[in-house]
Design a protein around this ligand. Structure first.
Ligand code: KG4
Ligand code: ZN
Length: 319
């Protein structure tokens, strides 16, 4: 089963061909990041206009790279929600039109499901043992899921305010770093002392919900109180912030793994590229004497928004 998948929920125009939900035959991503760096964030109207320009080239290139023509494609999938509606519409309408013209099944996909099943890419379906817990951490969303089987999914919690990636982007802005801020904060943090600033880990009534707005405000007040920041203070702040976010996420993920007797823990979404987060999860697993594997996407390209993950999710729900 070969699926042509399209993703346009935010600022990446992406198309991919995925076979059997795991094999990536092509994965094209036209990023608008340089354009949005000028404004320090995504301007929806600008993003939508870029999708209109790029998408015809992107999906054609996905077919060429996969060595496919329309007769090889079994179904067409697109991200339907959540995301910027003006951006989503470009992908949805294009995918539906192509499905009608070429007489293929159209599969609507939830973007967060895409991140969940991004861990299927480059692996064998037999590699997965259930129940498993997936933490999705991105710029627009931040959730914890229990998967009892590939298709039986229960949301255990989500962010009550900012997503972790959004907090990274905002703290980057406060430190004068460019958009997208996550990788920039991570780069700066390498030279910093993560123990210099004690930042708060939010305590919530819902044990598996997240909140990062308090942490973000703490960083803002620290910067205000410290006055002029030298390069070392900026690096220490970046490291302390990154460490606090990583601890918060890792503690909730492993708490859920213990409670639900998980056989594996999965990490997905843009922030799953963060090495300190991966390290902290390993630390928490050890602390709880849990001998279960941590899976994260097999390529960095599958962490941030891409269309291959939409193809993987479409395959799960079609099967
Ligand atoms: O999944 P994604 O591409 O888009 C959404 O669906 O939101 O995630 C993008 C987010 C951005 O906030 C970006 O700053 C963050 O992921 N990010 C990172 C890293 N790489 C990307 N955050 C922390 N460390 C990273 N290495
Ligand atoms: Zn995403």
């Amino acid at each position: 089963m070969k699926i042509l998948a399209i993703e346009t929920s935010c600022d990446e125009t992406a198309a991919a061909v995925v076979e059997d939900g795991t094999k990536v035959l092509s994965n094209i991503i036209a990023s608008q990041a340089d354009l949005h760096a000028i404004t320090g964030g995504v301007v929806p109207e600008v993003a939508a206009r870029e999708h209109i320009k790029a998408l015809p080239f992107v999906y054609k290139q996905a077919l060429i790279d996969a060595n496919c023509d329309w007769s090889d494609i079994d179904a067409i999938a697109a991200t339907e929600t959540p995301g910027l509606i003006s951006s989503l519409l470009i992908g949805i309408q294009t995918a539906r039109m192509l499905a009608t013209i070429h007489k293929k099944q159209y599969i609507p996909v939830n973007h967060i499901d895409g991140h969940i099943y991004s861990n299927w890419l480059g692996r064998n379906k037999a590699d997965f043992k259930f129940p498993l817990i997936t933490l999705t951490v991105s710029g627009g969303h931040n959730s914890l899921f229990l998967l009892k089987s590939p298709t039986e999914k229960i949301e255990l919690g989500h962010t009550q305010d900012d997503a972790a990636g959004e907090a990274f982007d905002k703290v980057a802005k406060m430190l004068g770093l460019p958009y997208p801020g996550g990788p920039e904060v991570a780069k700066l943090a390498v030279q910093g002392d993560k123990h210099r600033f004690k930042l708060p880990i939010s305590e919530l009534n819902e044990p598996f919900n997240f909140s990062f707005s308090g942490l973000k405000t703490s960083v803002l007040y620290l910067i205000r109180d410290l006055g002029e920041l030298d390069q070392q203070a900026k690096a220490d702040l970046a490291a302390s912030f990154e460490y606090t976010v990583a601890q918060t996420l890792a503690q909730k993920l492993i708490k859920a793994a213990v409670q639900y007797d998980a056989k594996q823990v999965h990490l997905a979404g843009g922030v799953s590229a963060n090495l300190i987060l991966r390290e902290e999860i390993a630390v928490e697993l050890k602390k709880h004497e849990l001998d279960i594997p941590l899976f994260f996407p097999t390529s960095l390209k599958y962490c941030t928004d891409n269309a291959a993950m939409i193809g993987a999710a479409a395959d799960v729900f079609l099967a």
